[in-house]
Design a binder for this molecule. Structure first.
Ligand SMILES: C[S@@+](CC[C@H](N)C(=O)[O-])C[C@H]1O[C@@H](n2cnc3c(N)ncnc32)[C@H](O)[C@@H]1O
Length: 290
């Protein structure tokens, strides 16, 4: 292997260790039992307390789906789908037909396990793979969806090219992400990276340029930092209470969850980062074109 391939492989392995330092499915089942729930009779709402691993939780997923008027039957590719919470929300609440792809093997196993346990087995396809080399055919999706994933990608232009490749003509890409601000260096550990070596947070200018280079047209850009801050403040209050909720993001993040939450808050409060929501569109097919 040449050194670039070696580096990419080492990063993938390091991200797998960051996101899944232990058996994720076993930890989820253990946490559910400890919270007094029966893993044999789970609902999607039980899992929602920890299965949406991004700034605003399930409400934010619903808000993006509303903003883009997500229609039933839409073929969606969720890139960096985690343990499948957003994919289940889009399937159950919007009637979307979703495929989820994630780099972390343990997350894909947990996504399948949880979908089965909440009665959605077989409704969503989950694939292990990288956003930089997607394991899906060209022009096969109406919508690419991705929440808080691209901060782990060293090559944003390659990501945008992959998005353009897998979208049908006229298809859209809806993203939530963290972008770099001017308030100073990002504090680690945070949710997407325990250390700077795992973190590739783009500036807004870099992200927009990557999509422009892939011939994708920006149709929406919104700063969501204040909403994400309010969500993080509620999350931190729960973590700091000794009688805090038994189920929360700590189910997915066994290591330094309170410190990561505090750093995420400070990163946004101090302008080191900002949370954005954006939509790009691939050009429609030319009428009469071949
Ligand atoms: C903060 S989590 C967000 C998970 C999910 N989008 C959600 O909102 O619940 C970031 C996810 O990106 C995934 N990820 C990181 N790098 C990736 C890559 N190169 N390709 C695909 N997934 C990746 C991680 O495995 C992790 O599941």
């Amino acid at each position: 292997m040449d050194s670039a391939v070696n580096r990419a492989h080492a990063l993938d392995e390091a991200l797998n260790r960051h996101y899944a330092p232990e058996d994720v499915s076993a930890r989820i089942l253990h946490s559910l039992r400890a919270a007094g729930l029966d893993p044999e009779h789970l609902t999607r709402d039980d899992a929602a307390l920890f299965d949406e691993f991004h700034g605003g939780g399930r409400e934010s997923t619903r808000a993006v789906a509303r903003a883009i008027a997500l229609a039933p039957g839409t073929r969606v590719l969720d890139i960096g789908c985690g343990i499948g919470g957003p994919a289940r929300t889009l399937t159950a609440e919007c009637g979307a037909v979703v495929t989820g792809v994630d780099l972390t093997h343990e997350f894909i196993t947990a996504a399948v396990m949880l979908s089965e346990r909440v009665g959605m087995g077989g409704q969503i396809e989950f694939l292990q793979g990288s956003a930089l080399d997607l394991p899906v055919p060209d022009a096969s999706f109406d919508l690419v969806w991705s929440q808080n994933m691209l901060m782990n990608l060293p090559d944003k232009p390659q990501f945008a090219r992959e998005v353009a490749r897998v979208l049908k003509p006229g298809g859209r890409c809806a993203i939530e992400a963290v972008v770099a601000g001017e308030g100073g260096d990002i504090l680690y550990p945070c949710f997407w990276a325990s250390e700077a070596a795992l973190s590739f947070v783009p500036t807004a200018v870099e992200l927009r340029a990557a999509f422009a280079q892939a011939d994708m047209t920006e149709t929406h850009w919104q700063d969501n930092t204040s909403k994400v801050l309010a969500h993080a403040q509620r999350r931190l209050a729960g973590l700091e209470r000794s009688d805090g909720p038994a189920l929360g993001i700590g189910v997915l993040v066994p290591d330094r969850v309170t410190e990561k939450t505090r750093n995420g808050l400070r990163n946004n409060e101090e302008g080191r980062t900002a949370a954005i929501q954006a939509v790009w569109q691939k050009a429609p097919a030319e009428i009469g074109g071949v």
